[in-house]
Ligand binder design. Structure first.
Ligand code: BGC
Length: 922
C-alpha cells in the first residue's frame, strides 16, 4: 500500500527535513529541498493545468537569497540526470521566486507523471546542486477518462440510518505489474480494502464538498497490494455528509441513495493497462455496520462480520447483484485539501464511578475522533459507549449539550475472544466516555482514544513563561484540530458540525499560524463560490446544507473576502485571489444592491454573537447595533476587494471600489458616529471595528481608542466582545499603543476573559465565555459547546504581537517579515515559531534583570525588519555591536524602540530593557 508510513509520521519527517539537510547535506553554500507541488509532497491526483512548484533554501550562511532558479521536468526520474529530452526545462530564470512557480511546459494529460528537480543560485551567484527528484502525477482530467459505472445496492433498507452496504469485485492479474492506482469516490463516505488490507490512511473520503457541483475523488497508489493471480477489492459505504443527518435532523440533503464509483488501473511491466471498474459484476451485501452517522455514532454487530470479505478466495455466492446507475452526472474533481487522518493517541487518565453510579473513562483532553477498544465478550453481549465533553457540577456524566446528537457507539460481541474495534463513518467530540455493558478493568491496553482531523501539518508553536497562557494556546490548537475535519466547522459534537462562515472568518488567520491550511481553505473557498447565490449572497454555512434563504449575514458572509485575503497573506498565494475574485466582487455587489446610499441597514444579522452581557447574548450594555456592524463589515469587505484588485492589477476596479469605500465610510460616520467621535453603541466591539477597519477620520481615532480603553476599564478590565469584536480587540489596542491593556485583557482570569475557561480546566476553546459558570453550573444546554474555535482568534495576536511574527503585506507569505515582539509585564519570556513557505521563522524573547534577549531565525530568501522594544544603551548581536554586523542594515530609531533590517540566519540581540510605554493599571 502507498501509505505504509502513517501520514502523521510523514508530516514529522517533513518537519525534520530541514534539520537532516543541515546535518548531512549542506555541502553547497546554498541547498534546496522540501519541494512541494500544489502544497503537497509528491501528489498523485493533480488536476490543475499549471501545477505550482515550491521549494525551500537551506544555508549556513547568513543573508542568503535566491537570485535565480532552474527547473527541469521529465517523464522519467532517470532522464533528468541523463540530459535526455525532457517535458519542460525552465532554463535559468533570474528571479527570487521560490514559491508557487507555475509549470509552464506543454499541456499535461490525464495520468501523466512528471518528475522534477530544481536548482538555485544564491545572491553571490553560487549554484546549489540539483535537488532530489520529486514528482507529481495528474489525475483523470476528463469525464470520459472514467469508464467505470456508478453502482448501488437494490435494498429497500438503503436509507439514512440504514446498514452500510459492502461491495466487492474480483479480478485476475496475469502478468507482472509496474504500478496500480485506485481512483475512487462515492455518494456517502467510503472505506476501501484490497485483498483484506485497508487502502490508504484517509477517513471520511471523498470529503465534504458542495456535492451537486463538486465531488472529489481520491487516488491511491496500490501497486504493492496487488498480486499475481486472483485479487479482490471491497468497499463499504456510510451515510456521511451526503445523506446523513444535519441541522434540524434534516437528511438526504444531496440524495437518498448511496453509490460507489471506482476504477483500478493496473499498468503492466510491458506498459499495457487493464482497468478494473465498478460495474454490474460487483456484488453487494450487508455486514456488521447496522447504523452509522456523524451525529449519532455507530451500531456494530460483530456477529455479522464477513471475515476475509475483500480477499481473493472469499465465497460470494450469498451476495446480491448491484445496479448500475449511469444517470448520475457528477462534477468529479481531484481531491485538493488534506485528507482526514488519525493523529494523537490518548490513554485513560482515570476511570471514575460518578455519584449517579456511572462508569466513566476520562481521556484528559476534549478531542474529536473515537475510542478504540480491545475486549472480550460473549456472543450477543452489548457494549455501549456514550461520549461527553464535561462532567456536570456534581461530577456526573453530562451530554445534554449535544442536543439531538447521540454520539453513541453500540457494539455487539461475536464470541469469547478479544475483539478490537474502532468506528468507521462517525466521529465524536468528547473527553469523557460513559461505559455500559462492561465491568472489567479498564486501562490503556483495552481503551484508547484517537484524534482524527485534516492532515494539515503543524506549522506554529507559541509559548510563554505563563502556564495559563500556554494552556490557552494548547486549547486554541485543539479547537482547530477538533473543528478542521475536512471543512471548518462551528463545533464537532452537537447536532450542527457545519461550515459556519462567521466562525471560520474569525479564526482563519489564527489557523494559518498553527497549521498549514492553504489547501484546506483553497478547497473550501471553491465550495463557497459554488454555493454562493447568483445575486452574490453568501450562505451562512458552506457547503450549504441549509435553506437558500439562510444567506447574507454580515460578519459571516464576509468570509468570502476575509479568507482569501488571509490565505494570500499567509502563503503568498496570488492564485487564491484570482480564484475567488469573482466571488469577492459579487458579495460586495450583493451588499451594494441591498443598501440605500451605501448604508447597509437591512437584512438578518447575527451581530456580535455571544458577546458578554448580564443575561448574555440578546441585550445588555455590551450590545452593539447590528446594522453598525453590517456597515463596518461592508467597508472591510470592500477594502479587501480593493486590496485583491491591486494585487491582480485590476486598476479600474481599484478606482471604482475606492470611490465606493469612501462613500461607505461616510455613510458609517453620518449614521453611527457623533461629530465628536462617540459611537451610537458605546461598546468595545463598536470601537474595535471602527478602528480596525479605518472607518473613522484621523482626528477621531485618538478619542475612539481612549473610549475603548475606558470601556474596558468600566468592565474592570474584562473583555465583553462576541465573535466579531474578539478577533481584533488586542490588535487594535496594540496598533494604537495600548499593548499593555491588551496584555491585561489576556491575563485576566475572571469571567469574561480568555483565561477564565482555563482556570475551569478547559482543554479546548469554549463557545461561550462562561460554558461553565463561576458557580460551577453549566450554561444553557441548548447552546453550550465546549469546542468552538471562534474566541481562539486571540491566537493571531499572540503570534503577531507577543512573539511578534507577521508578514509584510506588500511582500506576503513571509517573503518580507516583521518581527515586532511586545513585552508584557506579566511575562518574562515568550517565543513563537512558524514554518512558512520559505522555512522556519523564530522569535523568542526573554527578560532577566532588565537584560532583554531576542533570538530570531529568518529563513533563506527572506528579509526581516525587526523592531526591538524599549531599548536603552548598547545593543549587541551575538556579542557584537549591531553597527558592526554586516548582515544588519537600516538601523534607525522608531517611536517604540529600534528598527533594523536583517537577512536570513540566526541572530541573538541583547540589551538593557527600559520600558517607555506608560503602564496602564488593570
Ligand atoms: C453555531 C455558531 C454559528 C451560529 C450562528 C450557532 O449555532 O454553533 O457558531 O456561527 O450558530 O448564529
Amino acid at each position: 500500500m502507498r501509505n505504509k508510513i502513517p501520514l502523521s509520521a510523514k508530516v514529522l519527517l517533513l518537519i525534520l527535513i530541514p534539520f537532516s539537510i543541515r546535518a548531512k547535506t549542506l555541502t553547497y553554500p546554498v541547498n534546496v529541498g522540501n519541494m512541494v507541488c500544489e502544497y503537497k509532497t509528491n501528489p498523485i491526483s493533480v488536476d490543475v493545468s499549471n501545477p505550482r512548484l515550491s521549494w525551500k533554501l537551506y544555508s549556513l550562511i547568513r543573508n542568503t537569497r535566491q537570485n535565480a532558479y532552474e527547473i527541469r521536468v521529465g517523464s522519467n526520474a532517470l532522464l533528468l540526470t541523463k540530459g535526455k529530452k525532457l517535458i519542460w526545462e525552465s532554463g535559468r530564470v533570474n528571479s527570487d521566486q521560490s514559491t508557487q512557480v507555475p509549470y509552464k511546459g506543454p499541456a499535461l494529460i490525464s495520468r501523466e507523471k512528471c518528475y522534477w528537480q530544481v536548482r538555485v543560485w544564491n545572491n553571490k551567484n553560487q549554484a546549489s546542486g540539483w535537488s532530489e527528484v520529486n514528482y507529481w502525477k495528474m489525475g483523470l482530467l476528463n469525464r470520459s477518462d472514467w469508464v467505470a459505472h456508478w453502482i448501488q445496492d437494490t435494498y429497500k433498507s438503503d436509507t439514512t440510518g440504514g446498514p452500510s452496504p459492502m461491495f466487492r469485485k474480483e479480478f485476475n492479474i496475469k502478468k507482472p505489474i509496474r504500478a496500480a492506482y485506485l481512483y475512487i469516490t462515492a455518494h456517502g463516505v467510503y472505506e476501501a480494502q484490497l485483498n483484506n488490507e485497508r487502502v490508504g490512511n484517509d477517513y471520511f473520503t471523498p470529503g465534504f464538498t458542495s456535492y451537486k457541483k463538486r465531488l472529489q475523488y481520491q487516488v491511491y497508489d496500490v501497486s504493492s497490494a496487488i498480486k499475481k493471480g486472483d485479487n479482490a477489492i471491497g468497499v463499504t459505504l456510510g451515510d456521511g455528509w451526503y445523506r446523513g443527518y444535519t441541522y434540524d435532523r434534516k437528511k438526504d440533503v444531496y440524495g437518498s441513495k448511496l453509490a460507489l464509483l471506482f476504477q483500478l488501473e493496473v499498468i503492466y511491466e510491458n506498459g499495457s493497462r487493464q482497468i478494473i471498474t465498478s460495474d454490474k459484476n460487483c456484488r453487494v451485501t450487508y455486514g456488521p455496520i447496522l447504523k452509522s452517522s456523524f451525529f449519532d455514532g455507530e451500531l456494530y454487530d460483530a456477529r455479522n462480520e464477513k471475515p476475509g470479505w475483500s480477499g481473493a478466495d472469499y465465497n460470494v455466492s450469498q451476495w446480491d447483484n448491484v445496479q448500475t446507475n449511469d444517470s448520475i452526472k457528477d462534477h468529479l474533481i481531484a481531491m485538493y485539501g488534506p485528507p482526514v487522518t488519525k493523529h494523537e493517541k490518548f490513554t485513560p487518565i482515570q476511570v471514575l464511578t460518578t455519584p449517579e453510579g456511572d462508569r466513566v473513562v476520562d481521556f484528559g483532553q476534549n478531542l474529536v475522533g473515537w475510542v478504540q477498544f480491545r475486549l472480550k465478550g460473549k456472543a450477543g453481549d452489548t457494549l455501549r459507549l456514550f461520549h461527553g465533553e464535561v462532567l456536570d457540577q456534581k461530577g456526573n456524566f453530562y451530554n445534554k449539550n449535544l442536543r439531538t446528537a447521540k454520539q453513541e457507539i453500540t457494539y455487539v460481541f461475536k464470541d469469547g475472544d478479544a475483539e478490537t474495534y474502532e468506528p468507521h463513518f462517525t466521529f465524536q467530540g468528547f473527553r469523557y466516555v460513559k461505559i455500559q455493558g462492561y465491568t472489567g478493568p479498564i486501562d490503556s491496553t483495552n481503551f484508547v482514544a484517537y484524534a482524527l482531523y485534516s492532515d494539515m501539518g503543524q506549522t506554529g508553536n507559541f509559548s510563554t513563561s505563563n502556564e495559563l497562557v500556554n494552556q490557552l494556546q494548547h486549547n486554541i490548537q485543539w479547537g482547530q484540530k477538533g473543528n478542521f475535519i475536512d471543512i471548518p466547522t462551528d463545533c464537532p459534537q452537537r447536532d450542527e458540525r457545519m461550515g459556519w462562515t462567521g466562525d471560520a472568518q474569525a479564526f482563519c488567520s489564527t489557523a494559518t499560524f498553527n497549521m498549514n491550511v492553504a489547501s484546506f481553505f483553497t478547497k473550501w473557498l471553491k465550495d463557497l463560490s459554488a454555493d454562493q447565490l447568483k445575486n452574490g449572497a453568501v450562505p451562512y454555512v458552506i457547503p450549504n446544507v441549509l435553506d437558500s434563504t439562510y444567506v447574507a449575514a454580515s460578519g459571516w458572509s464576509d468570509v468570502a473576502t476575509i479568507a482569501p485575503w488571509t490565505i494570500y497573506l499567509a502563503y503568498g498565494d496570488k492564485q487564491i485571489l484570482q480564484q475567488q475574485y469573482a466571488s469577492m466582487q459579487s458579495w460586495v455587489s450583493y451588499i451594494q444592491s441591498h443598501s440605500r446610499n451605501n448604508l447597509w441597514d437591512t437584512g438578518n444579522h447575527f451581530g456580535d454573537w455571544l458577546f458578554y452581557s448580564g443575561t448574555d447574548y440578546e441585550d445588555g450594555a455590551a450590545l452593539t447595533d447590528k446594522n453598525l456592524i453590517a456597515q463596518a463589515f461592508y467597508a472591510y469587505s470592500t477594502q479587501l476587494l480593493i486590496n485583491a484588485a491591486k494585487v491582480l492589477g485590476r486598476d479600474e476596479d481599484v478606482r471604482i471600489y475606492t470611490l465606493l469605500l469612501n462613500s461607505i465610510k461616510k455613510a458609517f460616520q453620518t449614521e453611527y458616529v457623533t461629530p465628536s467621535g462617540r459611537m451610537i453603541s458605546g461598546t468595545q466591539t463598536s470601537y474595535v471595528l471602527a478602528l480596525n477597519f479605518d472607518l473613522l477620520p484621523e482626528n477621531l481615532r485618538e478619542s475612539a481608542i481612549k473610549r475603548l480603553v475606558q470601556n474596558i476599564d468600566d468592565y474592570d478590565g474584562h473583555i465583553t466582545t462576541g465573535f466579531l469584536g474578539t478577533p481584533y480587540i488586542c490588535q487594535v489596542l496594540s496598533r494604537f499603543g495600548y499593548t499593555d491593556v491588551a496584555f491585561s485583557l489576556l491575563m485576566k482570569k475572571s469571567y469574561p476573559s480568555w483565561l477564565y475557561p482555563v482556570t475551569k480546566g478547559a482543554t479546548t476553546i469554549w463557545e461561550r465565555w462562561d460554558g461553565i459558570k463561576p458557580d460551577g453550573t453549566l450554561q444553557d444546554p441548548a447552546m453550550n459547546s465546549f469546542n468552538h474555535y471562534a474566541y481562539g482568534a486571540i491566537g493571531d495576536w499572540m503570534y503577531k504581537d507577543i512573539a511578534g511574527i507577521r508578514t509584510d503585506e506588500n511582500s506576503p507569505g513571509f517573503h518580507k517579515i516583521w518581527i515586532t515582539p511586545h513585552v508584557g509585564r506579566h511575562l518574562t519570556s515568550a517565543q513563537g515559531t512558524l514554518e512558512t513557505m520559505y522555512g522556519a521563522i523564530k522569535s523568542a524573547w526573554s527578560i532577566a534583570d532588565s537584560t532583554y534577549t531576542l533570538n530570531v531565525t529568518i529563513p533563506p530568501n527572506t528579509t526581516a525588519n525587526i523592531v526591538l522594544p524599549s531599548v536603552s544603551g548598547l545593543i549587541t548581536e551575538s556579542g557584537n555591536n549591531i553597527y558592526t554586523v554586516p548582515e544588519i542594515s537600516n538601523i534607525q530609531k522608531n517611536n517604540t524602540g529600534m528598527q533594523l533590517t536583517i537577512g536570513s540566519g540566526d541572530y541573538t540581540f541583547v540589551y538593557t530593557y527600559k520600558p517607555t510605554v506608560p503602564v496602564v493599571k488593570h
